[in-house]
Design a protein around this ligand. Structure first.
Ligand code: B1M
Length: 217
């Protein structure tokens, strides 16, 4: 008999939102932790969707169905993960997916993990132009600017945003973190970011490390 996490993964691949919701609820009822459900069912499911897209077995409509199915699970899991919030925020973060890029599933997971760590997060969504990032960094007095990109064509917007931050005299006032599948350590260093992370949990750990490093005497 297939395990519940296997069933959940298959339901994501099939883009079946109702089955994803049902399997997520069953997994929780079996006592499986929300982060394990993400790591061992939802993310591998989306990875398989990506593989099929690459192999031209799946096209945009199928991928959108899977993305929507994934959302029906995150709607259940997010509040459970966010319960861990502390009263005093660890710091303020402005986050978004860069201009020209509509991928927000991974960014939303990063938001969730940051909130779970105790950060106060302003999520600007996707397709965010450099000037909107900068306005919000200033407006919220953010400690951290976090940018996500999933396309090799849009990741360049991260460098552009950092240059604009510099021109605005704001670069030294904010920590800049970048991430997303095509983003590497080398790329992050080259554009002058303070760090990058490969997944949502390590993004939250990195944010904590960077902000603690900055506030320590
Ligand atoms: Co798109 N897409 N897509 N897509 N899509 C990819 C990214 C792609 C790799 C698929 C492929 O060809 N194999 C490819 C990019 C190739 C490249 O540039 N290297 C691609 C393409 C080409 C496109 C289009 C151009 C397709 C087309 O129109 N011909 C188009 C572009 C639209 C646009 O953005 N302008 C497009 C469209 C779409 C949809 C809209 C249909 C949909 C997005 C829906 C949505 O997000 N609401 C979509 C999807 C779903 C994918 C795949 C299948 C899955 C992405 C995903 O959600 N993964 C993806 C293939 C893949 O990744 N396997 C693909 C699950 C998610 C949990 O992982 O997003 O990597 P990920 O996030 C991780 C880490 O990257 C990291 O933590 C997250 C959680 O662990 N992370 C950070 C992310 N941001 C971070 C920030 C941080 C730190 C870590 O610090 C700030």
């Amino acid at each position: 008999m297939a395990s519940i996490l296997g069933e959940l993964s298959q339901a994501v691949i099939a883009g079946d939102a109702a089955a994803v919701k049902e399997s997520t609820e069953k997994a929780l009822a079996q006592g499986i932790a929300p982060d394990k459900i993400f790591r061992e069912a939802l993310i591998p499911g989306m990875d398989e969707v990506g593989r099929r897209m690459e192999a031209e077995e799946y096209f945009i409509p199928e991928v959108l169905l899977s993305a929507r199915a994934m959302k029906s699970a995150t709607e259940i899991l997010n509040p459970l993960i966010s319960q861990n919030k502390t009263m005093e925020p660890l710091g303020r973060v402005v986050i978004g997916t860069v201009q020209g890029d509509l991928h927000d599933i991974g960014k939303n997971l990063v938001v969730l993990m940051l909130e779970a760590k105790g950060f106060q997060v302003t999520d600007l969504g996707f397709n965010v132009p450099p000037e909107q990032f900068i306005e919000n960094v200033k407006g919220t007095k953010a400690d951290i600017l976090a940018m996500s990109a999933l396309l090799t064509t849009t990741m360049q917007k991260m460098g552009e945003t950092i240059k604009n931050l510099q021109s605005a005299g704001y670069r030294e006032k904010v920590i800049v973190m970048v991430g997303g599948a095509p983003v590497t350590d080398d790329f992050s260093r080259n554009i002058g970011a303070d760090g990058c992370a490969s997944d949502a949990a390590s993004a939250a750990r990195l944010a904590e490390k960077l902000i603690t490093g900055r506030t320590e005497p």
